[in-house]
Design a protein around this ligand. Structure first.
Ligand SMILES: Cc1cc2nc3c(=O)[nH]c(=O)nc-3n(C[C@H](O)[C@H](O)[C@H](O)COP(=O)(O)OP(=O)(O)OC[C@H]3O[C@@H](n4cnc5c(N)ncnc54)[C@H](O)[C@@H]3O)c2cc1C
Length: 262
């Protein structure tokens, strides 16, 4: 292990300021991605800024017709919170399908969304529900936030405070887990936002979470026809699954999510 500084930040503003002190400072939330990356020397940092003690960062509350989930809320909190369950079954189910109990006990919504792993689950719900990502500086619509593999609209010193979700009429998430890691080999989030507006987001299958417009049109038309084929120019093709298999999975998971909608 190499030497590094550790500090606990009392606020997001101060954490952001500390980030600018060195180009290799990183914010530590659940540590479920950051710590393994450090242990495997995939990244090297000279300062960790722990945001776990910041007041209110783990809050979950209903605000009128919106649901607020603080960036520090763990996957387990989200999966078990009755307010989340009453708001969106898809979101609560998705949180309960992340990793294993240990990962769910530590990993956080903010960390997952900021990391934007192409096989992560939360980006599918955030995009599928058209959520708003609230940072300590501004609000960013989900449609403008995810920028492909491990890339987001966040500036280097910008920190997520929480996410605001709109209430769907119905929602569901279907996932095929990678047998070794638990990450999504493919995952499809379907949400009916109003009688005529559907959103469908796909994770795991391409180089970053994306909306699937053909499925949105299919769902809007009452989904009585066969589900569309998943056509995308960058379907992942690797030792775990060829592109044709992943595309097939997406189509199948979309049908499964439609059947689960509630
Ligand atoms: C064994 C294992 C299995 C897993 N399985 C799954 C799975 O099935 N599905 C899935 O989706 N994920 C899975 N994960 C990842 C897990 O969900 C992580 O919790 C998540 O990716 C990162 O969240 P974290 O809170 O641990 O963030 P950290 O590891 O603390 O941080 C991750 C990155 O986000 C940054 N960051 C953290 N918080 C903020 C913030 N508020 N604002 C801006 N940047 C921030 C950090 O600086 C860092 O760069 C798995 C992880 C492990 C170890």
């Amino acid at each position: 292990m190499y030497a590094l500084n550790y500090q606990k930040a009392p606020s997001l503003k101060q954490a952001s300021r500390a980030l600018t002190e060195s180009p290799t400072s990183r914010v530590l939330s659940g540590g479920m991605t950051l710590i393994p990356s450090l242990k495997h020397r995939l990244i090297q940092v000279d300062q960790l800024i722990d945001i776990n003690g910041i007041a209110g960062l783990k809050d979950i509350r209903v605000e009128g017709d919106h649901l607020w989930i603080g960036a520090g809320a763990t996957h387990q909190q989200v999966a078990r919170d009755p307010q989340v369950r009453a708001f969106s079954n898809g979101l609560a189910d998705l949180a309960g399908l992340i990793g294993d109990p240990q990962v769910r006990a530590r990993g956080t919504l903010g960390g997952s969304v900021a990391n934007n792993d192409p096989a992560a689950d939360y980006p599918a719900a955030v995009l599928g529900l058209g959520a708003t990502i609230v940072t300590h500086q501004r609000s960013i619509a989900a449609d403008d936030f995810f920028k492909g593999m491990f890339a987001t609209a966040l500036a280097a010193d910008e920190l997520i405070e929480g996410l605001r979700f709109e209430r769907p009429l119905k929602s569901a998430y279907a996932k095929f887990r990678h047998p070794a890691t638990g990450y999504a080999m493919a995952g499809v989030f379907v949400a009916q936002m109003d009688p005529n507006a559907w959103r469908v987001a796909v994770t795991g299958a391409t180089d970053g979470v994306c909306r699937w417009s053909e499925a949105e049109a299919h769902a809007s038309c009452g989904n009585s026809n066969q589900p569309p084929s998943f056509e995308h120019e960058r379907v992942l093709d690797d030792i775990h699954a060829p592109a044709s298999y992943r595309a097939h999975l997406v189509r199948h998971l979309y049908a499964q999510a439609l059947a689960q909608l509630s």
